[in-house]
Design a protein around this ligand. Structure first.
Ligand code: H79
Length: 572
């Protein structure tokens, strides 16, 4: 009896383990379409499209889908919006065509945002578009069918930890109406779990389940939802379930990480203006060029771009979004080979643009067209053939030296947003160490972005001007190779930030074996940058020299955040 129980027990444990483990090959197979896709459409559509950013005549600040929370709208008043929600212009095939025409390979739509309103027919709650509105249709059903017809993957966003409508769901997002009173566990059990089960059961094979804002999601709460994923064994989930679950993808929101997220698949989600859910008066649109370059930047770091649209309460994707998506689509029509199914750049940083690659090919996305027509690619391989992606029959001349391969370009950029030059190579690309060169006036800028970062903790971060941060290991250091052509005396300045309580570290800047020492003074915050003068340094030789910044002592949390070290020539 005992041994039977033991055997049954072991079989059970083995079964669970089997169900939960996946070999790396199985995982790669599951992730394949997503990794190749590179570009998807995020759709934020819900009841918030009715007020569209205005409540009782007042324009409400912040993101449109948060209006109920930001304006502290009582639950019953907000729910009454459903009576006015009749998106008769909604046409699933048209939305899917807009995405497809943009070159997007998948769609992720809000099935239920924090406001609690389900954009699908649900048995779990009448607060859904089928039962509570005059529309009486299930747009997710129609989108699932339209995506199937068009060959796009469909994913659902589901906000599991916030629900400002159903009792118990508003604990995480604030609380402003007694109707929200209740237990989060009851809400999860009675509302979230059955709804997610419906989403994973009723709409055919899904590409993605996109959780959000895992506030108060303990392991126990996450474990109420996570087993449902076995209903769709191939589904890809993000890292926002909570409870310590990592999911498949990292999800930087509104930012492109400086170096991607090494070792993890990732997807930047971003708005085209400043809101996810529709706001009638938000006209702060990003230019097509910015969107194209964002997509390239992300692909060059091995990530995906999930670009948002916020349809109106009539069911229309705003025209400025449609125009921009068409422009990106036009670019991808000509240059898609350099985006889809590519892998990340082999280079750390390129002064003129970005790089993606496929076996045997470097795709050089030129943002800043070289004035002298010479594109320097810091690669050690022989480039057997170079050409514009849009003109593969016209070979471009190349030459090689110790800095890499120079490709001779036409005098003007054929595509100002980004022109793709293809460099065909044999074998794996061999990136060459790039060196910092002196500006015309002699200035030497050692930027964090150009540094070789050596260490365990310190790493590159930031959006615009990059910095190194997380410098908690005193032995970490930054290095550069500098090509000196104007020896002489230079003043060394450092652009750094240091939070209150973390000051006092000492560090040394070494260039060409000459050292200056500094002591970090607090600047009031990790993002408060100040430029401090360290002292003079003499450069005696021309040619390649080494530069480095390393810490000597670190009495507190971290050494500093560092953006750059600059050497300015002193008057002779
Ligand atoms: O669905 C989109 C956002 O609504 C959601 N994630 C993306 C994909 C999101 N929810 N919360 N957050 C992002 C971050 C929290 C923002 C807040 Fe605020 C800052 C909440 C309160 C202060 C923004 C500003 C919302 C209200 C005021």
């Amino acid at each position: 009896m005992r041994s039977t129980l033991l055997v049954v027990g072991l079989l059970f444990v083995a079964g669970v383990a089997l169900a939960q483990t996946e070999t790396p090959e199985q995982r790669d197979a599951r992730m394949k379409w997503w990794r190749e896709a590179r570009f998807g459409m995020f759709i934020h559509w819900g009841l918030y499209a009715v007020p569209a950013g205005t409540w009782k005549g007042q324009q409400i600040g912040g993101i449109g889908e948060w209006i109920m929370n930001t304006a502290k709208i009582p639950v019953a008043e907000y729910a009454a919006l459903a009576g006015q929600f009749n998106p008769v212009k909604f046409d699933a095939d048209q939305w899917v065509a807009i995405a497809k025409n943009a070159g997007m390979k998948y769609i992720v739509i809000t099935s239920k945002h924090h406001d609690g309103f389900a954009m699908f027919r649900s048995q779990a709650t009448p607060f859904n578009i089928y039962d509570a509105t005059p529309f009486k249709r299930d747009p997710l059903r129609e989108l699932a069918d339209a995506c199937q017809r068009a060959g796009l993957k469909l994913g659902f966003y589901y906000s599991q930890a916030q629900d400002w409508h159903h009792p118990g769901g508003a604990a995480a997002g604030g609380h402003w109406d007694p109707a929200q009173d209740g237990s989060m566990d009851d809400y999860l059990r009675d509302i979230a779990v059955p709804k997610v089960r419906e989403l994973l059961t009723n709409y055919g094979p899904l590409g993605v389940l996109w959780w959000d804002t895992p506030v108060d999601m303990t392991r126990e709460r996450a474990d109420m939802l996570r087993p449902l994923l076995s209903l769709q064994p191939q589904i890809i989930t993000n890292n926002r379930l909570g409870g310590g679950y990592e999911g498949d993808t990292e999800t930087p929101e509104q930012t492109i990480p400086a170096t991607g997220t090494p070792g993890r698949d990732w997807e930047t989600c971003m708005t085209m203006n400043d809101t996810w859910g529709y706001k009638s008066y938000d006209n702060n649109w990003k230019s097509p060029q910015t969107l194209i370059r964002n997509l390239i930047d992300i692909a060059s770091k091995g990530g995906n771009y999930l670009l948002n649209v916020g349809p109106t309460a009539e069911g229309v994707i705003p025209e400025p979004s449609v125009e921009r998506l068409a422009a990106v689509g036009k670019w991808l029509q000509a240059n898609g080979e350099a985006i889809y199914a590519t892998s990340a750049s082999p280079f750390k940083k390129l002064a003129w643009g970005r790089c993606t690659q496929k076996p045997g090919k470097l795709y050089l996305h030129v943002f800043s067209w070289p004035q002298d027509g010479k594109l320097l690619v810091p690669v050690g391989n022989t480039v057997t053939r170079a050409y514009l992606l849009t003109a593969p029959d016209q070979a471009l001349a190349t030459s090689a030296d110790e800095r890499g391969v120079t490709i001779l370009l036409p005098p003007t950029a054929p595509d100002p947003a980004a022109t793709v030059v293809v460099g065909e190579i044999e074998g794996e690309p061999v990136p060459l160490a790039t060196s910092v060169t002196q500006a015309a006036d002699g200035t030497i800028t050692l930027s964090a972005a150009d540094a070789d970062i050596i260490g365990e903790s310190v790493r590159l971060e930031g959006d615009q001007e990059l910095n190194v941060g997380y410098w908690v290991n005193v032995n970490d250091m930054l290095q550069w190779q500098v090509r000196v052509d104007k020896p002489g005396d230079y003043m060394v300045t450092v652009n750094l930030a240091c939070d209150v309580g973390s000051g006092g570290s000492t560090y040394v800047v070494v260039v060409d074996d000459q050292a200056v020492v500094g002591k970090v003074a607090e600047t009031g915050g990790w993002r408060n940058y100040e430029t401090v003068e360290l002292g003079p340094i003499r450069l005696t030789q021309t040619g390649l020299v080494r530069a480095c910044v390393r810490a000597l002592t670190k009495p507190n949390l971290a050494v500093m955040n560092l953006r750059s070290v600059v050497l300015k020539p002193l008057a002779q």
